[in-house]
Design a protein around this ligand. Structure first.
Ligand code: ATP
Length: 314
């Protein structure tokens, strides 16, 4: 759905902002671009919707080379959300959300219905918020309007540049949960830029970790954690490693290493799709039973930590 083929970008200096980047993002997949400040994440994203042009290489969206398309037409099929929302300050919330449908010449009733639907899904009831202006909203509400605006014409592709970056940590966590649960996003191809490791691991199907314009590793969270491609990847994740490992590893990943303890019946049951983090929280007061494919095992905290150690040794 999105393909970058040996893309490089210079900004009038000897240093490449983006250096020979290639990747593909499949339909319905979320790829997170993660990395230190200045590593080229935003530049990569902005080349996809032609806010910037690559120095060399090719970018394809839905099989078509973006350089062969007019930027205006291309951008109508790509939703774009920025950290500072980029809302039009002199437009009401409903006018902001209806911008692209209006450009696409939808009739007024269709625009209104779509706006109300999205506002409801994003917990901004139209009766209260449709006619207010962005400055009358909180940061979290403005981000929701930004997302609604990007989703309004139901584009197949979404580019999100630090969409939760301006929010306080608590709002950030709750809006991330809402974002994950949003049915509108299920079938979309999404590239999300962040420098927040936890956010990347929570939202990405795969993570592309960058440094100095180059991809250091691209893969699922568990690959970056347990099979780091180089020292940079290892070191980058070290500060949050324990938490990331516990949240990324599922009980089903550990199944061969989980040994049943002799524990009485009647314990809380956990599905094998639970993360180790969730399992540890559930085991605070007593062991649990894990169920996987008709089989069940009774485990406690020690059994879990032993299984994690065995998984990491394999
Ligand atoms: N318009 C520009 N003109 C000159 N240099 C630029 C321009 N935009 C970005 N750069 C440079 O390109 C490099 C990559 O920048 P980019 O914004 O893509 O990084 P980033 O990973 O998104 O960083 P951040 O997380 O801080 O936003 C940086 O060295 C930056 O200074």
């Amino acid at each position: 759905m999105i393909k970058l083929d040996h893309v490089t970008k210079y900004f009038n200096t000897a240093k490449k902002a983006v250096d020979d980047i290639s990747f593909e993002v499949q339909e319905g997949e979320t790829l997170v671009l993660l990395g230190t400040s200045g590593c080229g994440k935003t530049t990569t994203l902005r080349m996809i919707n032609r806010l910037l042009d690559p120095g060399s290489g090719h970018i394809y969206v839905n099989g078509k080379d973006v350089q062969q398309q007019s930027p205006a037409v291309l951008r109508r099929s790509i939703g774009y959300v920025l950290q500072n929302t980029g809302l039009f300050p002199h437009y009401t919330v409903s006018e902001n959300i209806g911008t692209v449908p209006a450009l696409l010449q939808w009739d007024k009733t269709r625009i209104r219905n779509r706006t109300i639907t999205l506002m409801d899904k994003l917990r901004l009831p139209a009766a209260t918020y449709a006619e207010v202006y962005p400055h009358q909203l909180s940061g979290g509400q403005q981000q929701r309007v930004g997302l609604a605006r990007a989703l309004a014409a139901d584009p197949p592709v979404l580019l999100l540049d630090e969409p939760f970056g301006a929010l306080d940590p608590l709002t950030r966590i709750s809006i991330r949960k809402e974002f994950k649960a949003l049915d509108e996003l299920n079938s979309k191809t999404i590239i999300l830029v962040t420098h927040d490791v936890e956010e990347a691991f929570e939202l990405g199907d795969r993570i592309c970790l960058m440094n100095e314009g180059r991809i250091q590793q691209l893969g699922p969270a568990t690959a970056l954690l347990f099979k780091p491609a180089n020292d940079f990847v290892q070191t980058f994740l070290d500060p949050q490693r324990l938490q990331l490992e516990l949240k990324s590893l599922l009980l089903q990943d550990l199944w061969p290493f989980l040994t049943t303890k002799d524990i009485p019946a009647g314990l809380q049951q956990l599905p094998a799709e639970s993360s180790c983090w969730e399992a540890l929280a559930a085991m605070t007061h007593s062991p649990v039973t894990v169920v996987c494919d008709q089989e069940q095992k009774e485990i406690d905290g020690n059994a879990l930590m032993d299984a994690i150690a065995s998984y990491k040794k394999q």
